[in-house]
Ligand binder design. Structure first.
Ligand code: A2P
Length: 340
């Protein structure tokens, strides 16, 4: 039996990711019965234009989930901890962009096109992975299916938009201030981000890694169903780029990797676009990826550090595949698979 068209809500509709969710809902032509735009009391009453119509932003509260089938949420961890369990109890599927439930055994952590079957075990909450993990999953899943990942080292070069609107504005202000030789006091970041790189994203944990780095380790294992023996290490670095995370990835596989075959594989992987020809200086950069949906892969080469190893560089729009696009794709799957 097919459900009726869903009643949808976007929670955090006025935020950086929320606005991108609206753009992608329009682009993907998601069909719905009704749609609501939720935020805090700060922006309740303001208007949002969506699909050519003006909508009033509503303040989120417990009762709003009574008549919502699917909620696409990007309003921070605290908001999700408060509302996700309430929504789930009211039979609303809550697709959460925060890290609040990602490692919960009862919550599927899903990249659409990678582990869609995990959606079937949802109990009302579905988690969207961290942006750095997300963009890596489409190419890595294809390579893992063929060669079996044994060990992986990832270094990220992450855009400021991943840290929200305040961080975007700070890069602009910091750059302008530096250019006229004035001092600048950072607040969104610990150090100046203009003309600089900062090797810390999120807080440090006991083992000396940051939370952001451990998310790549733990979320990758959960999404690809990898055993603990698969070792994954990440260094996450903030760079002065507005949109587009880049990652240098070194993977060791169980099986021998043939470079041409691996290139062919990624050329044919859904959601991935290969930009890899050093003879023409073809490789991806964040400026190419901003505003686009694919995960771009280039600089593919056999590793000289690992046996059966492959190195590559992957770039994607962190607000899209890293957040809003995957949220909308999950919603689309939930609708197609009749899971609401
Ligand atoms: P608001 O615009 O009312 O502050 P960003 O990450 O870009 O800062 O966006 C955060 C989003 O989450 C905004 O839409 C914000 O709404 C929303 N939000 C933050 N806290 C709450 C809350 N307690 N209840 C509902 N929405 C919230």
């Amino acid at each position: 039996m097919t459900n009726k068209l869903p009643d949808i809500a976007v929670l955090g509709a006025t935020g950086v990711v929320g606005r991108e969710i609206l753009n992608i809902l329009e682009e993907e032509k998601i069909k719905y019965n009704s749609i609501k735009f939720l935020a805090s009391s700060r922006s309740a009453g303001t208007t949002i234009e969506f699909n050519g119509e003006k909508h009033t932003v509503i303040e989120a509260n417990e009762n709003v989930f009574d008549d919502i089938d699917i909620c696409l949420a990007s309003a921070g961890g605290e908001t999700s901890k408060k509302y996700a369990p309430i929504a789930a109890k009211k039979h609303c599927v809550y697709i959460d962009n925060s890290s609040a439930f990602r490692m919960d055994d009862n919550v599927p952590l899903v990249i659409a096109g990678v582990n869609d079957d995990d959606l079937k075990m949802h109990k009302g909450i579905i988690a969207n992975p961290n942006c750095s993990t997300s963009q890596l999953m489409l190419p890595l899943k294809a390579l893992h299916d063929k060669y079996k990942v044994k060990r992986m080292i990832v270094s990220t070069y992450q855009a400021v938009s991943g840290a929200g609107l305040k961080a975007i504005n700070e890069l602009t202000d910091n750059t302008k201030t530096n250019l006229v030789g004035m001092p600048f006091e950072p607040s969104a970041f610990k150090y100046e981000i203009a003309f600089n790189v900062i090797p810390q994203i999120d807080s440090f944990v006991e083992n000396g890694y940051t939370k952001e780095e451990m998310k790549v380790t733990n979320e990758t294992r959960k999404i690809l169903h990898l055993p603990q023996e698969v070792k994954i290490s990440c260094t996450a670095v903030r760079v002065p780029v507005y949109i587009g995370h880049s990652e240098a990835v070194s993977v060791e596989f169980e099986k021998d990797v043939n470079l041409d075959e691996a290139r062919e594989l990624l050329k044919n992987t859904w959601g991935v676009e290969l930009r890899d020809d050093i003879s023409t200086y073809t490789y991806p950069t964040p400026k190419d990826a901003a505003g686009k949906n694919p995960v771009y892969v280039g600089r593919m080469r056999k590793s000289i550090a690992f046996d059966n190893g492959l190195d590559f560089f992957c770039v994607a729009d962190n607000l899209r595949i890293g957040a809003a696009l995957n949220t909308v794709r999950i919603a689309k799957k939930v609708i197609e698979m009749n899971l609401y």
